[in-house]
Design a protein around this ligand. Sequence first.
Ligand code: MTE
Ligand code: MO
Length: 318
Amino acid sequence: MAYCGDEKESSVTPEQVFWNRRNFIKQLSIGAVYAGATGSQGVWAQSAPDYSGHDLKDQLSSEFVVTHHNNFYEFSTDKQKPAKMAKSFQPGNDWQVEISGEVEKAGRFTLENILKWVEQEERIYRLRCVEAWSMVVPWTGFQLSQLIKHVQPTSKARYVEFKTLRDPKVFPGQKRGTFGMYSLPWPYTEGVTMQEALNPLAFIATGVYGKKLPGQNGAPLRLVLPWKYGFKSIKSIVSIKFTEKQPISTWNKRLPNEYGFYANVNPKVDHPRWSQATERRITNESFLGVKKIPTQMFNGYGNEVAHLYKGLDLTKYF
Ligand SMILES: Nc1nc2c(c(=O)[nH]1)N[C@H]1C(S)=C(S)[C@@H](COP(=O)(O)O)O[C@H]1N2
Ligand SMILES: [Mo]
């Protein structure tokens, strides 16, 4: 896609985060209670007085953009196609997630079960793709640490591995050879350290813009790790495994020189195919966005996560 958006860089103030922790959502039907700080396209988020030091001025990406410009290779490598192809992918609360490995309460649980363990809320996060575009998304869901505390990992658990559903009947992109050289080893797999998973920013989204998560955004539950490149935020999760060994993630397996395990947003470490110094912020249906926004270390969430990587050479552990 051409980079020919307008240059209005004043519309963005990075380095900030917005947590609307007051906006707790207790019902399963989140659509009905969506209100407050966010709104339709073009509305500016207000600062959260109960979360000191942050004052988000990032303009929300419109609901249309968030739900019609997607990376979901199980459907297509094209950004606009997942929205069309996912129309019949509408999983409900009977969706099952297997929790396994180094954990006391292993088992198969429905989304309905899981939602009884946690408190849902809304969070507005920046999403930064390694392809150098970004958005600002109002998610609904729950802090991942709530789920982890409920299932009680053992002392051996050092990592958490996530897997997406593998079913070529649901996801045509998983049919053999669909994308030729772009094909990925399915199921899509991701992983984080326990410390990363327990960090308060790590989130599981079940909704966006106050509505149930659409198929193209990873229904019915997906990871959201705002300080990492978007590919870590794995969609349509069916497996959560606690492990001693570092999981091998899909992109790392496919192209190890391009995609590391950590994948923290870092303007100083370029991807071989994309400079990471700046990004293109997409806000409206032109999909063009504002280009050359300076990319922030940890996508602007350094205050919350930098301590996790003390002493780690982030050019080596990219
Ligand atoms: N299972 C799965 N999860 C995935 C992907 C994917 O192709 N398959 N794409 C990733 C990438 S590269 C990005 S940038 C984000 C995009 O999320 P969005 O479509 O909700 O904006 O999802 C991530 N999660
Ligand atoms: Mo991405």
